[in-house]
Write a protein that binds this ligand. Sequence first.
Ligand SMILES: O=C(O)c1ccc(O)c(O)c1
Ligand SMILES: [Mg+2]
Length: 630
Amino acid sequence: MKTSIATVSISGELPEKLEAIAKAGFDGVEIFENDFLAFDGSPRDVGKMVRDFGLEITLFQPFRDFEGMPPSHRQRTFDRAERKFDVMQELGTDLVLVCSNVSPVSLGGIDRAADDFRELGERAAKRGLRVGYEALAWGRHINDHRDAWEIVRRADHPNIGLILDSFHTLSRKIDINSIRSVPKDKIFIVQLADAPLIDMDLLYWSRHFRNMPGEGDLPVTAFTAAIAETGYDGYFSLEIFNDQFRGGSTRSIAADGHRSLIYLGDQVRRLPNSKRLNVPPMPDRAKVKGVGFVEFTADETDAANLIAILKTLGFRKTKIHRSKKVALYSQGDIRLLVNTEEKGFANTSFAVHGTSAYAMALEVENAQDALARAVALGAEPFRQPVGEGEVDIPAIHGVGGGLIYLIDTRSDLGRFSEIDFIPLEDEAAVLVPANLERVDHIAQTVSYDEMLTWLLFYTSIFEAHKTPMVDIIDPSGVVRSQVVENDSGDLRLTLNGAENRRTLAGRFIAETFGSGVQHLAFETKDIFATAAALRQNGFRPLPISSNYYGDVEARFGLDPELTERLKAENILYDQDEHGEYFQLYSSTFGEGFFFEIVERRGYHGYGAPNAIFRIAALKKQMRPGGLPRE
Ligand SMILES: O=C(O)c1ccc(O)c(O)c1
Ligand SMILES: [Mg+2]
């Protein structure tokens, strides 16, 4: 699969863009005319710079308002085309994109357009150039690739071909099977983009909201499979107009783009009876069977505070590491590690982010396979020396540079806590058991700009899907929340994207110098029994306003006795079509970290309608220094 990306897709000046594109692993680049015009250098300089980065120019674009012009404009249109051809020859590329005419003066007529393209083909052929025709979804006369193909077919010139762009075809829900009958040598290049399903004007949607394949909701995989069916083996080129990407990190958006193409090629390969695209072979997406552990890094003082909270939550210190300052706290299937090492990656994370849940372990079928897949998709592997005889757990960097360890039960990896840790006497048996059973979900806070990056990261490596994004109202702004989960519920992540620093999520990012885990939710089968146990252990719940309970009672028609119990324990309540949900929050710790306890009675969601009340209550607790009020 030959990969390319349009310069318009990422932010920065041309040299910076090209460097990021090359570094991300692309083979080629589309030069978008405006990027070239804004650059202070000749077309030859640009061409040389591209080639010095080891890239090929796959396309020069766009050439607008060409076909079907009235006689009064026709000559000038061809003159403009010749000027573009001059530039292309200096740049060193042989392919130009002509997008369908949007000019109000343009005339319709398939044969008129075909005649124009035949003449343009003749002119291009004299210079050894080729012209590809793309139907814009909002073209004045031509807005469907099937009509563009008919024009190309009638132009009947070897230097005239078709350009397919997934956005234009899929946004109009045009039957993609129509692609299968186009001869592969008449498809000059394929442009790819996804987009979220939003009901809006096609042009505005296209120019502002496109995103990488796999980040949106369009059937880009089926589109690509139809292209592959023709035998097409040319470039797949990302052309992403997105306001956020234009303001985002050049390198990380370029890396996302490359990941999206490799993942797309991998998905097409897995479709039954599909023609394969040439992408590196890699294992299946990893099926997550559970959260193996969550690891905190802290200094001694913060660790003591954290451990005090863990005890009120009913955790017991059950093991200590053989060679490192790491203690294991456990309850049910939950394992929490508290790492106070003064060296190594945990300590570096502490130095950068402060006390934080900097690492998690996901249990998969085969950890080495999961690692291989992650690396094939551009994830950064992590290793650090382990002690003699200790388990070397494969890991990759995830959100905020934190770690995702990969463990399985087919190897010693699943026995790491037996091999690397020494059991302790039961020192804290005095605590009332809280019956927390497992990690329900892990909530990561990222800046809004990074949300799609991590969505693509998780869903391409792990067998998981997203659910629709929801807006959560914070007293100081909006936080967008995106769930990544698997069908079994063994992997449940929420990504919260902060748009400004004054929201709770935004402040968490600012105070901890980057993205990370902001809360951990544990599951109980009996929230009231758990709440009573926590109360006896001295747990400090997050106080919820009493007005909330009046509303919840009315909204769901609750028995007043139940409402009273909820209120007495500061438990939040929700329902969906599957059942009921109960949530109990801790007070905040450190820079806005907190714990949550949930009971699901069939409920599938995450209590989004309650988030506004939870945020308001947490904010009340935070004083400017970030410490909870006593
Ligand atoms: O939005 C546009 O004008 C535009 C231009 C060139 C393209 O290839 C495209 O898909 C859209
Ligand atoms: Mg296009």
